[in-house]
Design a protein around this ligand. Structure first.
Ligand code: MRU
Length: 323
């Protein structure tokens, strides 16, 4: 499995996801400020991966003698939508500092195990479906390893023929750059499409299920995920195609009643005006929300590490409860 978060006595090293797949480069962090900058600048991204990174960031804060409350604050402010960030930081703050390093490593290792369990439950739910449509990147690079929605595709591919339509995911191209890279590395059959192709694929009957991840799920099941998820779910409903959300319970925010209360990150206009120095539009106002909210009634199942959930969610302890 691709390694992208390394932690040792020297510090934290993150595989730079801004330049993958054409350049393989690592960014080093030695304190919480570096770590928060890396999260904000998308060196590392994906809800579980930033939760894990923030936990390691707290260990770096302790090692480098930073003020721990301030370190927690800057990490929490680095990206607003993914609740895993809060979950990672709060889990550290609930742990005695002598155990922080062990705890951060446990958060990382647990996430891989959780994803593998989700993969099995998700593959059961797919029940042999062959053609999956995936949005954004929810794989190893977005998690501790294996992935949530992409982990489901990985587990399904171990059971039988699986083909993934890879939505490119404008404007930041997580699908084209990162998901395609992961699937090719694993030898899983995939085809890259522009986001605008999704409807025509569904109309042609070549999509059996849509699989997506999530950045925050409200208590009523509304799902904040990468911008474009909502329109995919609406299309899927029109064509009678199931939509599964890979949801580790660390991404469920029981304190947030509905999707309307989820903060949505607005990102820089430059992401829409061009890419990597090439500018194709200028002097035009831009709206660049990083996420949208898909209402619970458009979702077929929330695939968790405990099984495939429906709303109302079971009242069991979740990843949000500090251990
Ligand atoms: O802006 P990003 O790349 O951090 O957005 C990532 C997503 O929207 C993913 O679908 C989500 O974090 C789930 S990753 C397992």
């Amino acid at each position: 499995m691709l390694e992208h978060i390394r932690f040792d006595a020297q510090g934290l090293s993150l595989l730079d996801q801004r330049v993958l797949p054409t350049v393989v480069e690592w960014v080093d962090c030695t304190n919480a400020t570096d770590t928060a900058n890396a999260i904000r600048d998308m060196v590392v991204r994906g809800a579980p991966a930033i939760g894990i990174t923030a936990a390691y960031g707290m260990v770096l804060a302790l090692r480098s003698g930073e003020d721990l409350q301030r370190a927690a604050q800057i990490l929490l402010e680095s990206r607003p939508t993914a609740v895993n960030l809060r979950w990672g930081v709060e889990r550290m703050l609930a742990t005695p500092t002598e155990q922080w390093e062990t705890e951060a490593r446990a958060i990382h290792d647990d996430d891989i195990a959780i994803n593998k369990r989700m993969g099995e439950f998700g593959a059961d739910a797919l029940n042999g479906a062959t053609n999956l449509y995936h949005h954004c990147n929810t794989g190893t690079l977005a998690t501790g390893g294996w992935g949530t929605a992409l982990g489901i595709a990985r587990s399904a591919a171990l059971r039988g023929p699986t083909h993934v339509w890879v939505g490119e995911t404008r404007p930041y191209l997580q699908g084209a750059r990162l998901t395609a890279y992961e699937l090719l590395e694993d030898g899983i059959d995939c085809t890259l499409v522009a986001d605008s192709v999704a409807g025509s694929l569904m109309a042609r009957g070549v999509v059996d299920a849509v699989i997506v991840g999530c950045d925050r799920v409200a208590a009523n099941g509304d799902v904040a995920n990468k911008i474009g998820t909502l329109q995919l779910a609406i299309l899927a409903k029109h064509y009678g195609i199931p939509v599964y959300v890979g949801m580790p319970t660390s991404t469920l925010d029981r304190e947030c009643p509905t999707g309307a209360e989820i903060p949505i990150e607005e990102r820089d206009a430059s992401e829409v005006l061009g890419h990597k120095g090439v500018v194709w539009a200028a002097n035009v106002p831009v709206h660049n929300p990083a996420f949208d909210v898909t209402p619970a009634d458009l979702i077929t199942g929330w695939v968790t590490e405990h099984g495939v959930w429906q709303v109302p969610f079971p009242e069991m302890a979740t990843g949000n409860a500090p251990r």
